[in-house]
Design a protein around this ligand. Structure first.
Ligand code: DP6
Length: 403
């Protein structure tokens, strides 16, 4: 008997031009276009196995070993339904295709990073879900077509169907058929883009992106200005900067857009604060680091950006990462020695020092644990189809971890 199963992995993406606001909450249609960099799956990824079998009684899904309810009409159910519909179309067109679209599916997904770290796990998760079902069903769909379905799981997930530099064009049609992700440039075009994620300690439960952005749409006049007068020009300008590998422009726009996103959060009633004192101190350090470079006749050397939480993501050309890591560690001592995946530090190890001319008074030093981890990664590729040996479901169709 045939086993219908596929395993894929998908990457995290971090936006430079932020998606914040929906014009349709059910179809997840945004109020503005957005643009992101896909991060390397060698460091951060979601892996998903999907299997269709006539013996399965209903669709089931396990996330990091725990079964999640697939609520009727919910985001998971929508994505699974849409993928089955595409399979059904294929079967109707091609009689030689086995009729597996009517079978229930078991889906098992894991992240190789802690969900609690507050990284964009839903984006990688829904992208892996959709790409594993596409592989299971042998769908001829393009990444853009798949992104339209991942979008209905979580808006930002549509951008994780591509590697490299990715735009989500907001579209204008009410049915969402023109709201999908496209590649701006593949990672090979600008492979030296690195990213340092500073995982910032956070005790409080923050406002979720989904409810936060809805409140912003309902109450923030600044958001309306952003949508109409700011984002369209920024999308054009940052796409051109990426095509020209112009880091200075890329960095300026990325920092401006992070700042404006947090400004519209603050302009929401009641206001939403995602950054904390540690986040703001990291901004001050990057601003000073760039100031020193410009004062010496150079250009911007790093760009910070923050999503709906206090973690900082610092984009920079590879050549600057050593200085940036030394700078962050100087102010934020680490409990564990820094792991150097790209071999930038050699035998001397990480010192924790400042570049010449840096004004140390721009931020105070924090204790161990304020930045509880550093992840050094870079621009990466899109979803990968993995071999059967990587499958997360056992022969009995249940997660290997609990079988
Ligand atoms: C700040 O994609 O998580 O990270 O569509 O409601 O699932 P939903 O929201 P989500 O929002 C991401 C917001 C952001 C900016 C971005 O990734 O563009």
């Amino acid at each position: 008997m045939s086993v219908y199963q596929a395993t894929t992995s998908a990457p995290v993406n971090i936006a430079c031009i932020k998606y914040w606001g929906k014009r349709d909450t059910k179809l997840i249609l945004p109020t503005n276009s957005s643009l992101s960099v896909t991060l390397d799956q060698d460091h951060l990824r979601s892996t998903t196995t999907s299997r269709a079998d006539p013996s399965f009684e209903k669709d089931r899904l396990w996330l990091n070993g725990v079964e999640e309810e697939i609520k009727e009409g919910g985001r998971l159910a929508t994505c699974i339904r849409e993928m089955k519909r595409m399979r059904k179309e294929l079967e109707d067109k091609d009689a030689s295709q086995p009729k597996i679209s009517s079978y229930a599916v078991h889906i098992c997904s894991i992240n190789n990073f802690p969900t609690a770290a507050g990284l964009a796990s839903s984006a990688a998760g829904f992208a892996a879900l959709v790409s594993s079902l596409a592989a299971l069903y042998s769908l001829p769909a393009s990444p853009s077509e798949l992104s339209r379905i991942a979008r209905q799981g979580s808006g930002s997930a549509c951008r994780s169907l591509f590697g490299g530099y990715v735009a989500w064009n907001m579209g204008s049609k009410p049915d969402g058929s023109d709201s999908y992700a496209v590649e701006v440039a593949p990672r090979e075009h600008w492979p030296d883009m690195h990213a340092l994620i500073c995982v910032v300690s956070d005790d409080k439960k923050g406002t979720s992106s989904t409810s936060g952005m809805q409140r912003t749409v309902e109450t923030s006049p600044l958001l309306q200005h952003r949508i109409a007068h700011v984002v369209p020009a920024r999308m054009e300008a940052i796409s051109a900067a990426i095509r020209a590998r112009d880091f200075d422009t890329f960095a300026r726009l990325t920092m401006q857009d992070s700042n404006q996103f947090h400004a519209v959060a603050l302009d929401t009633d009641p206001p939403i604060f995602y950054m904390n004192d540690v986040s703001r101190a990291i901004i001050a350090l990057i601003v000073e680091y760039n100031r020193v470079s410009v004062a010496n006749g150079g250009k911007l050397k790093a760009a910070y950006t923050y999503d709906a939480g206090p973690n900082a993501v610092i984009y920079a050309p590879k050549e600057n990462l050593k200085e940036i890591i030394e700078l962050i560690i100087h102010y934020f001592p680490q409990a564990e020695p820094f792991k150097d995946p790209f071999g930038l530090f050699g035998a001397a190890g990480v010192q924790g020092k400042l570049v010449e001319g840096f004004n140390p008074a721009v931020a105070k030093s924090f204790g161990v644990g304020a930045v509880k981890g550093l992840i050094h990664t870079r621009v990466g590729d899109g979803p990968r189809v993995l071999g059967a040996e990587e499958a997360l479901l056992g022969a009995n169709g249940l997660p290997k971890s609990i079988a």
